[in-house]
Design a protein around this ligand. Structure first.
Ligand code: UDP
Length: 368
């Protein structure tokens, strides 16, 4: 029997693990000797950032919730490590699977390796080169101790090889976030309520913002929102506000009838809005991937990206964090002059199957 422990802690993690759990279930039904414990670290805990995703994506109840939400980066990392160490001592697996680049990814990979347990990192190897982002620190530390890398792009493979990772540990499989998108696209549905009234196909924008560089300084946040409103003509701008952004946004007291600020949306509602939007303006990583695959123009308010394939082959364009830089690309977008999605290798909806296949082939030999 192959025993896995699968970790998820924050919104983008839930979206990335769902197809892996599904693929395991399908293998179990065909008689594969593989089972898992699902650990929720509790990093994101409110319904709109966690529970809704479990429901909509049919993710089973976690076997344990470490309830390690809140606090500073260090407090949260420490709380997750303490809880996860107890979990691993009680239920020692053959392999711990971490996904993405959040605090839980870092904390759980360190904890597992200190107990001499193998770690697999789904979405390993991506790099923004920007160490001011907590996610980049999480990526580098996790990848420095990871045993098996499941990668989303050739560029990620290159980064890993450049630091001496042997090819046999790099598994180029594609993107599980896109598995979820493809599997659920026929289930997307329109959110309801006054803030969504009158939104016509390709006649509104979606924006999201939660990176510290954009939202922690109030004047910066205001300048970015002003520039977005200025550059989006008469179109409504739907803005699901991340909890991280909410506090500063409230202080600004912005009120503009085109700006529709709403709570974080469920996965199926959010992607319904993205799919039908004229364009997306964001500083998220995952959203640039989804917008690309749905062929929706995407403007990223960051100086760099760990997902350059969304720029080279997708619909994403980096404009930096200077509000003045939004005017020109928004003008082009409004004029309908935007690049189209050209297809990203292996982002085909079958990534999780490949991951489970590889795990079975590596660990069956170890166990029998
Ligand atoms: N998302 C969502 N509802 C929202 C905003 C985002 O379901 O209101 C989804 C989105 O489709 C994507 C993921 O959350 O799959 C991105 O998460 P986030 O922006 O928090 O993380 P990042 O990708 O920047 O790490």
């Amino acid at each position: 029997m192959i025993n896995l422990t699968i970790v998820a802690g924050a919104r983008p993690n839930f979206i990335k693990i769902a197809p892996i759990l599904n693929a395991i279930k399908q293998r179990q039904e065909k008689g594969a000797n593989i089972r898992y414990r699902l650990v929720h670290t509790g990093q994101h805990y409110d319904k709109k950032m966690s529970g809704d995703f479990f429901e909509q994506l049919n993710i089973p109840e976690p076997h344990i919730n470490l309830e390690a939400g809140g606090g500073t980066q260090a407090e949260q990392t420490a709380a997750i490590m303490v809880g996860f160490e107890k979990e691993l001592i009680q239920n020692r697996p053959d392999l711990v699977i971490v996904v993405g680049d959040v605090t839980s990814t870092l904390a759980c990979s360190i904890t597992a390796k200190k107990l001499v347990i193998d770690v697999a990192h789904v979405e390993g190897g991506i790099r923004s080169g920007d160490l001011s982002m907590p996610e980049e620190v999480n990526r580098i530390v996790t990848d420095s101790i990871t045993d098996h890398f499941f990668t989303t792009s050739e560029i990620a493979n290159k980064h890993l090889k450049a630091v001496g990772v042997h090819e046999s540990r790099i598994h180029f499989v594609g993107n599980t976030m896109i598995d979820t998108l493809i599997a659920n696209q026929n289930r997307f549905f329109s959110p309801e309520g006054p803030q969504f009234e009158g939104l016509k196909e390709k006649s509104y924008f979606v924006m999201t913002m939660h990176r510290p560089a954009n939202v922690d300084a109030e004047h910066k946040l205001r300048a970015l929102i002003d520039a977005i409103l200025e550059g989006t003509g008469d179109y409504p701008v739907v803005f699901p506000v991340h909890p991280r952004t909410a506090q500063n946004l409230a202080k600004l007291g912005i009120s503009n009838k085109r700006l529709r600020m709403v709570e974080p949306l469920s996965y199926l509602e959010f992607n319904y809005l993205v799919k039908n939007a004229k364009g997306v303006i964001t500083d998220s990583g995952g959203i640039t991937e989804e917008a690309s695959v749905m062929n929706v123009p995407c403007i990223t308010m960051r100086d760099n990206t760990e997902r350059p394939e969304t720029v080279n082959l997708g619909t994403n364009e980096l404009v930096g964090t200077n509000p003045d830089n939004l005017r020109e690309p928004l003008g082009r977008l409004l004029a309908g002059k935007w690049k189209s999605y050209r297809g990203i290798p292996l982002w085909d909806g079958k990534t999780a199957d490949r991951i489970v296949e590889i795990i079975l082939s590596i660990y069956s030999n170890n166990n029998n």
